[in-house]
Design a protein around this ligand. Structure first.
Ligand SMILES: Nc1ncnc2c1ncn2[C@@H]1O[C@H](COP(=O)(O)OP(=O)(O)OP(=O)(O)O)[C@@H](O)[C@H]1O
Ligand SMILES: O=c1[nH]cc([C@@H]2O[C@H](CO)[C@@H](O)[C@H]2O)c(=O)[nH]1
Length: 377
């Protein structure tokens, strides 16, 4: 992270007087309030400040996160014998609250982080259940929109007898109701957040608006692509104005990396790192590429790291990436360095793949620590 002379001077002033107003900072720096706002945004983008209110990163400091995007009821059907296409197969089904943004929010709450969810459900029984279950897990759901005349989203996955995904259908038209205007009405929820997580379920206009709003408020955004078709939305939004709209961080798997950069990538470290460098050149500071059982690659201005996946007895991989992101952010919020935070992310993913639920009810700071200790040779 390289700071300009003015940014360094401003950071020192903020260290001395964390509660000084922008006007006061402008006076001491001999510049305008507008210029202070621009420098503060740059400091947040570079990770030197955590957000507006000029909060500096500090060990153990409690922070609030906001997650924006999709919320579904997941229906997972597993065939009990080898699946036969084009006919009815005997099997078992399980319903569990899902949706990437909702999952990330629930995992964060389970890890003790104060988290608000901005999402949308229909005015129906599934919506009631999702709101009730998500609130019970500790998420602030007061800002979830209830769309009139639209059904709550569902994600229906068919798994084969060895629990591999055969096909899945996401029915999420309701997400369109999360418009730029709906996000604008909720802008005060974003103010002062340590991070905003945006998922790829957001429509292009909503994503563009959220990125612009977060830049204006000086809040860092991490974009979780969800799937390769949805990842392409960020590419299209950034093509308009990548300097202003690039998120601070992105967490694609290999296919989604391809969609972000509009070409295919082989799952090889050198090729993936070239992709990460291209994203850095577009203004993304942190790129964390997921490689399933091969682990992940983390690329920041501090360097590049290859991380292994932790051993696990897999029951259902749904939601592993969501838990991994949540544990990573929870660790960053607690003052850990990105590499250590990423290790905690892999431990959370291992705990999640062992659960039949999309969010493991066993996830907690202590189960993550146990998992890491057991994984150390
Ligand atoms: N079969 C597996 N065995 C052990 N760990 C796994 C397995 N699949 C995934 N994981 C763990 O979960 C992490 C996230 O999974 P993956 O890399 O597939 O990301 P993703 O495609 O974003 O996940 P998601 O299924 O949530 O969309 C992996 O990096 C790894 O730590
Ligand atoms: O298009 C989408 N497909 C799947 C999901 C969700 O992904 C979760 C697993 O990572 C799962 O809960 C599903 O609802 C989504 O939010 N959007």
């Amino acid at each position: 992270m390289t700071l300009t002379e003015t940014e360094t001077a401003l950071l020192n002033l903020i260290r001395d007087a964390p509660l000084a107003s922008p006007a006061e900072l402008a006076r001491r720096l001999g510049t305008s309030r507008a210029a202070v706002n621009v420098h503060v945004s740059a400091l947040v983008r570079k990770g030197a400040l955590l957000g507006r209110g000029y909060v500096l990163p500090a060990e153990g400091q409690s922070q609030r996160l906001v997650v924006v995007g999709g919320m579904n009821m997941d229906v997972k059907a597993q065939t009990t014998a080898q699946a036969i296409a084009g006919t009815s197969n005997p099997g078992v089904t399980l319903q569990a609250p899902g949706g990437v943004a909702r999952n990330v929010a629930e995992n964060l709450a389970r890890l003790g982080i104060a988290v608000s969810l901005i999402s949308v459900v229909g005015r129906d029984d599934l919506g009631d259940r999702l709101l009730r279950d998500t609130a019970a897990a500790g998420v602030d759901v007061r800002h979830v929109l209830r769309a009139e005349g639209l059904a709550t989203g569902t994600y229906t996955a068919v798994l084969g007898k060895d629990r591999e995904l055969l096909v899945a259908v996401a029915s999420m038209d309701v997400t369109e109701a999360l418009t730029p205007a709906a996000l604008q009405e909720r802008r005060n929820v974003l103010r002062g957040a340590a991070w905003v997580v945006a998922d790829g379920n957001l429509s292009r206009p909503a994503l563009a608006h959220l990125l612009a709003l977060s830049a204006e408020l000086g809040v860092r955004v991490v974009f979780e692509p969800v799937s390769s078709p949805k990842a392409a939305r960020l590419r299209e939004v950034m093509a308009v104005d990548n300097k202003r709209l690039a998120p601070f961080a992105v967490t694609p798997n290999v296919l989604e990396l391809g969609a972000l950069l509009d070409r295919e990538f082989p799952d090889e470290p050198q090729a993936l790192l070239r992709g990460a460098s291209e994203l850095h050149a577009l203004g993304v500071s942190l790129v964390w590429i997921r490689r399933g059982t091969l682990g992940s690659l983390l690329s920041t201005s501090e360097g590049v790291h290859e991380l292994p996946a932790l051993p696990a007895s897999v029951r259902d991989v749904t939601g592993a990436g969501d838990a991994m992101l949540a544990a990573f952010l929870a660790a960053l919020a607690a003052g850990h360095a990105p590499l250590d935070a990423a290790r905690q992310g892999h431990a959370a993913a291992a705990i999640t793949v062992e659960s039949e639920h999309t969010v493991s009810p066993l996830l907690s700071p202590s189960t993550i620590q146990d998992r890491l200790q057991n994984a150390t040779p």
